[in-house]
Design a protein around this ligand. Sequence first.
Ligand code: NAD
Length: 503
Amino acid sequence: MAFTSGSNVLLKNIPYQFKDVSLLDNRAYIGGKWLPAESGATFPVLDPEDNVTIFRVANLTGAEVHKAIDAAQAAFLTYKEFTHRKRRQLLHQWITIVKKNRDDLAAICTLELGKPITESYVTVDYGLSFLEWFEGEIERLYGETIPAARENNRTFTTREPQGVVAAITPWNSPIAMILRKVGAAIAAGCTVVLKPAPETPMCAIAIAKLFERVGYPAGTLNIVTGDAASSPSIGNEMCRNKLVRHLSFTGSTAVGKFLNGECGKLLKKTSMELGGNAPFIVFEDADIQKAVDGLISSKFRSSGQTCVCANRVFVHRSIMSEFAEKLNATQQKTFVYGSVWDPKVNFGPLYSSRGLEKVQKHLEDALANGATVFDKTSNTKNQGPNFFPPTILLDCNAETMRFGREETFGPLAPLVPFDSEEEVLRLANTYESGLASYFYTENISRLWRVAEALDTGMVGVRVGLVSACEQPFGGVKESGIGREGSKFGVEDYTNVKSITVGI
Ligand code: NAD
């Protein structure tokens, strides 16, 4: 049954009643005030289940981003004086409020991302785990004492917050991406101007609504909504405004390279969490069912729309047919389709027609170059305009087909046969990106050898999941710069200051 939420900004009936409709707002948040765009412009946010407009949100320009940066700088001058203990107390209150509003946050994520509701709870809890970890890290931002070089000197270091952080986040897993980035910066003592993806701005707005209730200085967190791809003044302001001391970006490698280049002109510090094209390798000595289970999770969770999703699946030629059979049987048993509001459903549509088009192009390219679909008798009915079912491809070639060079970002599993460890390591490491990789073997020497040889920031050995708040998350090569989560995630927003005292 469909009913309204009671909110005047939600433009469609949905089968969920918000507990707190004030979390739904379509304005930007600058210096503690909720503001429409000065021009009055808005942009649409679509429901991925049917491409119907669900919200219209303030469409800002660089001039308003400039004001948000000024507000963040003013807040920084107050916030940086807070003791670690006070910062920790505030963060603890924010965590408590986010937890209390878990249902509404999950619903907003489902609404604008098309994520099945059960998966949306997972992303809210994953995001919360980072806030909880960062709360503890606040009190571990230690400096060091260093034996002095000169007589009657004493030398030590402190860790200081950097200042205003400009943060840009993608649409996939919006709540977790925002909490992982903004939570670390705030824990370090920085203030933030966040530009969320135009596909999922409402998650950011709801998070800011909860943040507002905590009692941080006005301007500690600002939300600037807008479509930066068609309004370059937003990115320009974030890169060129000298008050911004750190640009923290999560998104595609192409946009990351551009922003990093712009920041480089001012030698502005950047964190870049960019795209991956994860190799997933199944050696001939692997436990095949374990590898299948790992691939189900690494390839198909979130309908294949995570940066660490397996993209190129290398399977030893001798076990290819058994692996493909088991993979197909397991995926058929695992996934339940239907309305994303149904808690039993665990596989949803792609986030947009743009996402669908890319997956379809990768499929067409592979088929035109000799690949075949493993099981053409799909067990799925049409689930809306952006739906793409889990699809297994045989006879794939990672060197000639498009998926080998680009992230598919969808539930297409191209199986590539290989004959030797040397060959597969060459193929796995060829690509310019190096975010995550996975492999399955039961051979202990190979386990260490391959884990060390894979040129990626994260390696999953006999597991399909590689991220958690305790662990550093990030890539090498064109997958980025810096690490999120873990102690490194908070340290990244601090400067080490060396102090020498003559006595
Ligand atoms: P995208 O690069 O198109 O957009 C990401 C963000 O950048 C959005 O907020 C967008 O509005 C903004 N943006 C786009 N052009 C801009 C410009 N010129 N100036 C300023 N901002 C601009 O990426 P996407 O399609 O939203 O997200 C998917 C990508 O993100 C994938 O490549 C994925 O691998 C990557 N990703 C990486 C990680 C990681 O931690 N490494 C995590 C999630 C997603």
